[in-house]
Design a protein around this ligand. Structure first.
Ligand code: NAD
Ligand code: UDP
Length: 346
């Protein structure tokens, strides 16, 4: 059985589908602070399989101990965490508490239970503000953080790298850890029943575009058109969430294989292509035949100019590569939003 923390969330719920479709049993722990139980009901409907669910907080030591003693957990995928960059600048302690403490408690209970196979949700934000000559980014690129959210991911990565190093000193069973550095996940399951449903005003580009298209937002604010990029707007490596979810299955399969994963290994999960904000708006409008009203505004503080991945390591070692295109991303995003104008709250 695979324990999925934060499995009711956007990436977690899509990953549950792929795990179930690959015949893994899935147990989710989620405190539902940024998600809805409805997402898991939809996962069950899509797959025709059931998902175990425990409503609770990963920082709850006693609960985590109970889970590891009650269930035969083979590996853990750790999605649970907070992810809004702006909020992390205003409330850094909330971010350090949730993101770092949850990982600490999880790893402690895993070690006590002797379950030492972990997939961790990291982010391309750990590359900080990369200089153009380092693009596309390999896993060896310099690491830094520009905000408390990014710093929490960086601290967790460092902590995870210490664990296999300690095994060698203690002659212990080895940890195997896949640190997955996601580029920019967008899109939704093609059924249009499962999707990204941020509470409040979306921080990310794609939900802002879809909410503008559905009429919940008047217009998209494009944060700056004077960057040194193809059209002056920020460039990112957008990846379809279903491709991303499949990357987690590949990582789990590798961890559970005889070969395993040696120590703590970072893998970039991206397409390798950079897309600007205006290119994304154009792709969305053309594919879905809807107009997106937008205006150019000042740069958003803390934003970086451009980044995209070199994902060769994931291809070579995890046998993973992206299959879905930018058109799939914009089509599936709109399919979800147009079928669920108010997200999971109907
Ligand atoms: P999400 O908010 O949809 O999912 C996170 C889930 O974790 C939610 O269901 C939330 O209720 C739950 N959760 C949060 N804290 C918890 C806790 N202490 N105990 C139990 N449950 C808790 O976010 P997502 O987009 O699915 O992101 C999942 C992970 O991927 C996060 O760690 C995030 O930092 C990372 N990530 C996301 C992106 C992105 O753009 N979406 C990019 C890079 C990395
Ligand atoms: N962006 C924008 N308007 C928005 C949200 C985002 O112009 O309402 C831009 C942002 O400046 C960046 C890109 O879209 O260039 C992706 O932003 P997002 O917040 O989705 O991801 P991140 O900045 O974390 O990579």
């Amino acid at each position: 059985m695979i324990l999925v923390t934060g499995g009711a969330g956007y990436i977690g719920s899509h990953t549950c589908i792929e795990l179930l479709q690959n015949d893994f049993n899935v147990l989710v722990i989620d405190n539902l602070m940024n998600s809805s139980f409805e997402a898991l009901k939809r996962v069950e409907k899509i797959t025709g399989k059931s998902v175990g669910f425990i409503e609770g907080d990963v920082r709850d030591n006693a609960l985590m101990k109970q889970i590891f003693s009650n269930y035969q957990i083979e590996a853990v995928i750790h999605f649970a965490g907070l992810k809004a960059v702006g909020e992390s600048c205003a409330l850094p302690l909330k971010y350090y508490d949730n993101n770092i403490n949850s990982t600490l408690v999880l790893c402690q209970t895993m070690e006590e239970a002797g379950v030492k196979k972990l997939v961790f949700s990291s982010s391309a934000t750990v590359y900080g503000d990369p200089s153009p000559e380092t693009l596309p980014l390999t896993e060896q690129a310099a690491l830094s953080a520009t905000n408390p959210y990014g710093r929490s991911k960086l601290i967790i990565e460092e902590m995870l790298r210490d664990l296999p190093a300690a095994d060698k000193l203690n002659n212990a069973n080895p940890w195997g850890i896949a640190i997955l550095r996601y580029f920019n996940p967008v899109g939704n399951h093609k059924s249009g029943t499962l999707g990204e449903d941020p509470s409040g005003i979306p921080n990310n580009l794609m939900p802002f575009i879809t909410q503008t298209a559905i009429g919940r937002r008047k217009e998209l604010s494009v944060f700056g058109d004077n960057y040194d990029t193809i059209d002056g707007t920020g460039v990112r490596d957008y990846i379809h969430v279903v491709d991303l979810a499949k990357g987690h299955v590949k990582a789990v399969e590798k961890l559970l294989s005889n070969e395993g994963i040696n120590g703590a290994q970072a893998y970039n999960l991206g397409t390798g292509s950079g897309v600007s904000v205006l290119q994304m708006v154009k792709a969305f409008s053309e594919e879905n035949k809807v107009t997106i009203a937008y205006k150019i505004v000042d740069r958003r503080p803390g934003d970086v100019t451009a980044y995209y991945a070199n994902a060769d390591k994931a291809q070579k070692e995890l046998n993973w590569t992206t299959e879905l295109t930018l058109n799939d991303m914009v089509k599936d995003s709109w399919n979800w939003q147009s079928k669920n104008p108010n997200g999971y709250q109907q």
